[in-house]
Each structure stands twice: as structure tokens, then as C-alpha cells.
Design a binder for this molecule. Structure first.
Ligand code: ISL
Length: 519
């Protein structure tokens, strides 16, 4: 592979780790940074290029780290600042980049900035947050009003998420300066990039206009169309400003989460900016929600291929916020092994044009934990909405390392239960089985890393009808054809070229089978 042509965040695979659930070395039932360090050889063995870690900074953990109370400190639950330095150094030794999750929309209500700000109207930190003397009709994404009354001053502060997550006032230049300091602090330390949380919620309408009520939301707890507190034009300006800081350092990447799906990609375009790279990547929700009906894969490809050529696509099928793909895919699939389903999803994710995100455990075909009991549920979103929304805990259960008690994740009962079938589906078993999902991921990522057409080539959609998805990846004279049979019926396909990877022998791709062919 020519290193010059291989841009890590574009062509490599990004592996997402929810540190709380990866590996517990301290014996408290939650994962930690030492646990990630211990598993770096395993991660490097996958062939991925980078690790994105969900937040591990000081936090009261009301939203499991998305409520930060000190941006400069690792929370003791996860270790200490030295562990982070070791993690960066050890990852780099293995050619792995490190991407940190930066929550800039809000802090914890326990952050000293907020405890100061709320203490009085004339506190110097007052203007670091968003205040108003009376609420408007904006709803929190997590349910209820987006405004909470401050007991000390009688004013209301705005929170797009939980009341414990007050929104920062990003119109205040002092706040932006501080964010730049945080960025530089970690960039100096050697961090390779940031995943910016919820970038579409950064700014709100300055006139506080009410949102139109009750339309167009799939959420059972937040029904209004967020016209005045989403996608504000200042969001883009802030991202441009932060880009300047990123560019002070070579080869760094900035990825923004935009929790949206759909064919209209105009909103995404703005987050990418022009070819000046506002955001390098936008983490979208196209294939993260709902059932994965066969047409959605091809339709999603089409939509992304129609976007401006500078907007490099990204694809994720699973994350820490949504049901794991293996459990969402093809719900009425008859009698077909989970192993092959997981491989089929992997072929899509790892051969489509764009940056693939692999969520920890996905490489094992790790399922969603579906029937958590109310006393096991930890997710504040689910709990505060009386379990009317699907809990996000089911996709956050511990990594399944081996068949020992607690799946080798921890020596003590973990913060969430381990998958019921962990004795069959776990990393150790699969490392020793050449036909396992894990072996398949390793093989496929290696193929991808070595094949310009697969990691960088143009994409040409050949077929997207009746559950048969075919596309070509083309780089100069090199052409690969990918076939995904997303239905329960065999498909005869043309047998030109040479089969590189296939679920079956011969010229028929069986139901839910796949094939990669070099033409
Ligand atoms: O989790 C969701 C409901 O399914 C999403 O809509 C989520 O609110 C959105 O993706 C923003 O998520 C991010 O910020 C949240 C945090 O709870 C999520 O874990 C994080 O990914 C607040 O910081």
C-alpha cells in the first residue's frame, strides 16, 4: 500500500470504543483506559487505523461522560492523565490514531463554570451559558422542556439534552477561546482528531422564536420540528474557526456528529463545507435507525454518491446510541445463521466508498442485549421517559472477550450484564476459528487496506433492485465488483473475473450471501 495515498481518516477503518464497556482492569465493574491499553494488540490485529473513544473526562456520569465537569482530567473511574499519555504513545507505536470525543454543546451542571455562572446574574461566568427570564416552547431532545429554572436567580437556562447538561453560550468569545485551548492541549499531547458531539445543536435562534409544534419527529418524547435550535448558521462559522486550530497541526481530523438521516443531503453539505474541509467527516444516522430493509443500503449509497465530491462519506451501522445492527438487520429473516448476516453487513460497511466506523463487538457479531429489566437499565434517557423510549444500554453491554465469568470483561459483576450467548460468541473463540465473524473482519480489512480500489476508488452502482445490491469500486484499471444478496433467494450473477471473497462457491449467490469479485 502506498502510504502517501492512504489517508488514515478517509481510507482507514475507525473503531469505536465505549470505554466504560471495553475492559475493566481496576475491578470496579466498569471499563477503563488501562483496559484499552491492554487490548491494543487485539485492536491493531483487526487492521483498523484509528480508535474513537467516547468521553472519559471528569464527569458526574449522569449521561455517562457526555456531561463533562473538567475537560483536562481523565475521570478516576477510567484512570488518570498518565494512562491517557500511555494510551496515545502505545497506540501510535502500533500505527493506530486516537480520536477523542469532545462535547462542546454543553457541560455538566457540576462544571465549575456552571456552578459559578448560576450563582448570580453578575457572576463573570454568567454569560458562558444560555439564560432567559422565561422559557419558550423548545423541547429537550431527551424529553420535557429544554429550560430549567435556576434556584439562585429565578432565570432559566437552556439545555438541549438533560437539565444536568446546560448549553454553553458559544456566542461568547471567551468560551470559544477556552475550547481552542482544550483542543490545543490535546493536539499537543498527540491526539489525532476529535469527534464533536451533536454539532447541529451548538447555536440557537437569538430571538428565541417558538418551534412549530408536534410535527415530524420519530421521538415519542420530543415531537416538535427543531427549526430554531438546530442547524443554526453560526454552527458552521464555529466549525470553520475550530478548523483553523486543527490545521495548526499536521494530519489531524475532525468529525462531527449530525444525528440525522434521509435522502436530502443538503444539510450535510453545509457541515462538510466546500473543499476547504470544514468538517472532514460527518457522522450521520442514515443506517443507524430502524429496520435495515434491503433497499436502504442502495438508496443510502445513491444519496451519498450524489453529494459534492469533496464530501467524503462515512458509514456506521452501530453506535453507543442505537440498537446494534446485527439485531436490527432483516428482522423477518428465516433460518439463516447470524454469522453470515454479520459478514454480509461487514462486506457492505467495509467495501462501500467512505470511512467505515466499526463499533466494538460488531467485529464479533455481538448482539443487542434486548430484554434488560428496568432495574438493569441505566440510560437516563430511558429512565426519565418511563421506559417509553428504547434504552441505549442494550448496545453498551460489556465487550465479550472469552467464555469465563463476566466474559473476561471484569472480575466483578459489570455495570451492565454481558450478552447471554457470550460463551459461543466471544473474541477468544473467534480468534481461533478461521470461519468466524472476527476472522472475516480481519481478512476483509486487510484486503481493503491493500486494495486502492476498495479504500479509495470511485463507486459505480450497478444494481439495486429486489434486494440485490451490486456496485463496483474502481481505481484506474482496477475494478472490484461487490454483490450483496439482501433477500432470501439465490441470485445468479455474471461470472467474469476472479472471486476474491465469497460466502458460497460457484456463480450463484445464495440468499443473504455476498461476493467480492475482481473484474
Ligand atoms: O441518542 C439519541 C437518541 O436516539 C440521539 O438522538 C442523540 O441524542 C444524539 O445523537 C446526540 O448524541 C450525543 O449527545 C448526547 C449523548 O447522550 C449521546 O450519547 C451522544 O452520542 C448528549 O451529549
Amino acid at each position: 500500500m502506498s502510504q502517501q495515498e492512504f489517508v488514515w481518516w478517509k481510507h482507514g477503518v475507525i473503531y469505536q470504543i465505549y470505554p466504560r464497556s471495553y475492559k475493566d482492569t481496576s475491578g470496579n465493574g466498569t471499563g477503563d483506559l488501562q483496559g484499552v491499553i491492554e487490548q491494543l494488540d487485539y485492536i491493531a490485529g483487526l487492521g483498523v487505523s484509528a480508535i474513537w473513544l467516547n468521553p472519559f473526562f471528569s464527569s458526574p456520569m449522569v449521561d455517562f461522560g457526555y456531561d463533562i465537569s473538567d475537560y483536562y482530567m481523565v475521570d478516576p473511574l477510567f484512570g488518570n492523565n498518565t494512562d491517557l499519555l500511555v494510551l496515545i504513545t502505545e497506540a501510535h507505536k502500533r500505527n493506530l490514531k486516537i480520536v477523542l470525543d469532545m462535547v462542546l454543546n454543553h457541560t455538566s451542571d457540576q462544571h465549575p463554570w456552571f456552578t459559578e455562572a448560576r450563582s448570580s446574574k453578575d457572576n463573570p461566568k454568567r454569560d458562558w451559558y444560555v439564560w432567559r427570564d422565561k422559557p419558550n416552547n423548545w423541547e429537550s431532545i431527551f424529553g420535557g422542556s429544554a429550560w430549567s429554572e435556576c434556584p439562585f436567580t429565578g432565570e432559566y437556562y437552556y439545555h438541549a439534552f438533560l437539565s444536568e447538561q446546560p448549553d454553553l453560550n458559544l456566542r461568547n468569545p471567551e468560551v470559544v477561546e477556552e475550547i481552542k485551548n482544550i483542543f490545543r492541549h490535546y493536539l499537543e499531547m498527540g491526539v489525532d482528531g476529535f469527534r464533536l458531539d451533536a454539532v447541529n445543536t451548538y447555536f440557537e435562534d437569538a430571538a428565541w422564536r417558538n418551534n412549530p409544534e408536534g410535527v415530524n419527529s420519530k421521538s415519542p418524547v420530543a415531537g416538535q420540528k427543531r427549526v430554531y435550535n438546530y442547524d443554526h448558521y453560526l454552527n458552521y462559522a464555529l466549525l470553520d474557526d475550530l478548523r483553523v486550530v486543527m490545521d495548526e497541526y499536521p494530519d489531524r481530523m475532525v468529525l462531527g456528529e449530525v444525528a440525522r438521516e434521509g435522502k436530502d443531503k443538503n444539510a450535510w453539505k453545509k457541515y462538510y463545507g466546500s473543499c476547504d474541509r470544514r468538517l472532514d467527516l460527518v457522522f450521520n444516522f442514515d443506517l443507524l435507525h430502524g429496520d435495515l430493509e434491503s433497499d436502504r443500503f442502495g438508496e443510502t449509497i445513491e444519496a451519498w454518491e450524489n453529494l459534492h465530491y469533496c464530501s467524503w462519506p462515512s458509514y456506521a451501522l452501530s453506535s453507543h446510541d442505537q440498537l446494534r445492527a446485527i439485531s436490527r438487520a432483516f428482522p423477518d429473516l428465516p433460518d439463516c445463521s447470524r454469522t453470515q448476516k454479520a459478514m454480509l453487513l461487514a462486506v457492505f460497511l467495509l467495501t462501500v466508498r467512505g470511512t467505515p466506523f466499526v463499533y466494538y463487538g460488531e467485529e464479533l457479531g455481538m448482539p443487542e442485549f434486548k430484554d434488560l429489566t428496568p432495574d438493569q437499565i441505566q440510560d437516563p434517557w430511558a429512565i426519565r421517559n418511563d421506559y417509553k423510549v428504547p434504552t441505549r444500554d442494550g448496545c453498551r453491554t460489556p465487550m465479550i472477550w472469552n467464555g469465563s465469568k463476566y466474559a473476561g470483561f471484569s472480575a466483578v459483576p459489570p455495570w451492565l450484564p454481558v450478552s447471554k450467548d457470550y460463551q459461543k460468541i466471544n473474541a477468544e473463540v473467534q480468534l481461533n476459528d478461521p470461519r468466524s465473524v472476527l476472522s472475516f473482519y480481519r481478512q476483509l480489512i486487510e484486503l481493503r487496506n491493500q486494495t486502492l480500489a476498495l479504500y479509495q476508488g470511485e463507486l459505480e452502482l450497478v444494481n439495486n433492485a429486489n434486494g440485490l445490491l451490486q456496485y463496483k469500486r474502481i481505481h484506474e484499471g482496477e475494478v472490484y465488483q461487490i454483490t450483496l444478496n439482501l433477500r432470501d433467494e439465490s441470485a445468479a450473477i455474471k461470472n467474469d473475473g476472479e472471486v476474491v471473497l465469497s460466502s458460497s462457491d460457484g456463480n450463484v449467490v445464495e440468499g443473504y450471501g455476498f461476493e467480492i469479485r475482481k473484474l
